[in-house]
Unconditional design. Structure first.
Length: 231
């Protein structure tokens, strides 16, 4: 039996009712559903979380890290805390967020039995190995349950460099999702699942991708099925 990481279907929608409709066709193929609160006009999603058949990850990505949320940091964290009260099993908070806000999320998640993903995204490129390892060290020291480091690959070397971070994370027994965006990074979204990666993120459709180079849930599942078929 091949051991691999989880598949997370990432959803960016304007209304919570749109999330339920969009996820229905791929829910059986995903292990986790990510709801991007920064895409919702009304982020009160208690009933939506309760209705989804898979564990929910909530993300409220600010504009300063590639998202759409434009309010204050307090408002942003308040929404994430509410989602934890409503039953989200995972919550994403950026490594660059203020330490006191990260600590608040961690306390709330612990209270509700959820896990905290501390994330870092680089939309410009892929730093050198020393920089990547330093970022990973910050995550492990922060008390994160899971880390997420995503870069942008301009070459095959970039994709290999971000994937090599998984070896460091495994040696530290730290769950990590590490892969790259962009055309050169697409293979890393698949490969990370078999190289110790905790989770990869997939789109509902090409039009609904929440990051450059994101593979659709259906296409990713097809690739996984080919790789895991018995001889």
């Amino acid at each position: 039996m091949v051991t691999r990481g989880l598949i997370c279907a990432s959803v960016m929608a304007g209304e919570s009712t749109d999330i339920l409709a969009a996820v229905s066709s791929v829910a059986a193929l995903a292990d986790v559903i990510e709801i991007r609160l920064d895409g919702l006009r009304d982020p009160r999603i208690a009933s939506c979380i309760a209705s989804l058949p898979k564990p929910v990850l909530v993300t409220n990505r600010p504009t300063w890290e590639g998202g759409r949320f434009t309010g204050s940091e307090k408002e942003r964290i308040d929404l994430l805390c509410q989602a934890l009260q409503w039953g989200a099993r995972y919550v994403d908070i950026e490594l660059l967020a203020a330490p006191d806000l990260r600590a608040r999320i961690q306390r709330k998640a612990k209270k509700h039995g959820a896990q905290v993903i501390i994330s870092n995204h680089d939309f410009q490129g892929t730093p050198n190995a020393e920089h990547l390892r330093a970022t990973l060290q910050q995550m492990t020291s922060s008390g994160a349950d899971i880390g997420k480091i995503v870069t942008t690959a301009a070459s095959p070397e970039d994709a290999l460099r971000i994937l090599s971070l998984q070896e460091v994370a495994m040696a530290a027994h730290f769950p990590l999702s590490a892969f790259a965006m962009g055309a050169h990074g697409a293979i890393s979204r698949l490969a990370t699942l078999y190289l110790g990666g905790f989770m990869t993120y997939a789109a509902l459709s090409p039009e609904q991708a929440t990051a450059p180079g994101q593979i659709t849930v259906q296409n990713l599942y097809t690739l996984l099925s080919l790789l895991e078929q018995n001889p």
